[in-house]
Design a protein around this ligand. Structure first.
Ligand code: MG
Length: 229
């Protein structure tokens, strides 16, 4: 839809009643219309992304921990435009430096990574620190908590669109809050987030799995829920 500055807006505005929903008891609890992807008890909503079959990560006291070497995990259900809440903690025992310290990742549509990293007193390239759209956009601020402390991402994601030839017609857009702080403000993703080559779009369908990365570090995740938009 295009509108020049001289055209009036729609009046009266379209009549569509916003659905009534019940918010969670805290802002991190899933509201009534969310799909809970992990409630601390089981990984039934997840599969092994690389190897097929069930997700092999370990469930402990209400959280799931990356089991290094078992590979990425992905949701069985697929999503396009969405609002995602996810909580994570990097290992209390600090090991390694830069990209080797507390690395994981939240991949929207299995392709577009919001970096998860221990970025508390840990220098690395800016577009690779926690909250970066990996290798594309550094976060606006570093809102990282200490190793072992629970942190959150609230993500609003709009899927890319492609024409029949597979050319991107609308880039994916993403907004990220890290621990409640805005760190990515509706940025346009350039394509798949690779570490060794420029971002590029490869056409895909309107929905795909949410994927979490096994980068060989025992990251923890909990309270994962999503709202399809
Ligand atoms: Mg990563």
């Amino acid at each position: 839809m295009s509108q020049t500055s001289r055209e009036p807006g729609p009046f009266p505005p379209p009549k569509k009643e916003p659905p009534i929903i019940t918010p969670g008891k805290s802002d991190s609890d899933p509201p009534s219309d969310a799909t809970v992807l992990f409630n601390g008890k089981d990984l039934s909503s997840w599969r092994s992304a690389d190897k097929g079959g069930d997700a092999k990560w370990k469930i402990k006291d209400g959280y799931v921990e990356v089991a290094p070497g078992t590979g990425d995990i992905a949701t069985r259900e697929e999503f396009g435009d969405c609002q995602l809440h996810i909580e994570w903690a990097t290992p209390i025992e600090v090991k390694g430096e830069g990209q080797e310290r507390g690395n994981s990742g939240v991949f929207l549509m299995e392709r577009y990574e919001v970096q998860v990293l221990d970025s508390y007193n840990n220098k690395t390239y800016y577009h690779g620190q926690a909250g970066a759209i990996y290798n594309q956009y550094a976060p606006m601020v570093n809102a990282s908590r200490k190793p072992g402390e629970w942190q959150s991402y609230d993500i609003i994601f709009k899927a890319p669109k492609f024409d029949e030839q597979g050319k991107v017609t609308e880039r994916a857009r993403i907004t990220v809050l890290h621990n409640g702080v805005l760190i990515q403000n509706n940025v346009g993703i350039y394509g798949n987030t690779w570490h060794d080559r420029p971002a590029l779009y490869i056409a895909h369908g309107p929905k795909a799995s949410l994927k979490l990365q096994d980068h060989s570090n025992p990251l923890r995740y909990r309270n994962i829920w999503i709202r399809q938009l």
